[in-house]
Design a protein. Structure first.
Length: 176
């Protein structure tokens, strides 16, 4: 178990310091809180944990942990604007602190891990992995509703910034 996993487990079980939002789910195939669109990469029954903490300095920390997914694989992951649905596109675009006037946003000035929440992770040989992202702002209420796991690492170059391939799975998170 990695340090991040250990800290997630401690936070989840002891609740100290309590996260503001904690979601623990298993991915299923039908529309529900956590849905997989690619059962080869994100099998039914694999586990997801998402934590949000609103930091006293006005920032926000978000952690993502996956268990039972494809081993030795890098996944992109981000906070998205809309809830998960039966179609991968249902979760809408990425949440942005400063909204790009041009959508879909692929301009690195907006599509970057300081203006969005990126949670790319690489799994170990047991199919476990996690990521932690801290930003200097807080979510606008109701505008950040899910975490989406993508096919590959998130791109950063102009015209492709923020893209990470197909949407493999989605978990609803009531970010505050
Ligand atoms: Cu995304």
């Amino acid at each position: 178990m990695t340090a991040l996993a250990a800290s997630l487990a401690v936070t989840a079980t002891l609740g100290a310091p309590a996260p503001d939002v904690l979601v623990q789910e298993r991915f299923g195939a039908s529309p529900r809180t956590a849905i997989t669109y690619d059962t080869r990469s994100i099998p039914i029954g694999s586990r997801v944990v998402v934590l949000e903490r609103r930091e006293p300095d006005g920032g926000t920390s978000v952690a993502l942990w996956l268990e039972g997914v494809q081993p030795l694989r890098t996944f992109g992951a981000h906070v998205h604007q809309k809830p998960c649905g039966p179609r991968p596109a249902d979760s809408g675009p990425h949440y942005q602190h400063v909204k790009d006037p041009v959508q879909p946003s692929t301009d690195p000035a907006y599509a970057n891990p300081r203006n969005e929440v990126w949670l790319d992770l690489t799994t170990d040989d047991r199919g476990e992995g996690g990521a932690l992202s801290s930003v200097r702002w807080r979510f606008r209420p109701g505008e950040a509703r899910s975490v989406v796991v993508h096919e590959h690492a998130t791109q950063t170059h102009p015209g492709h910034a923020g893209t990470a391939g197909a949407r493999l799975a989605c978990v609803n998170v009531p970010f505050i």
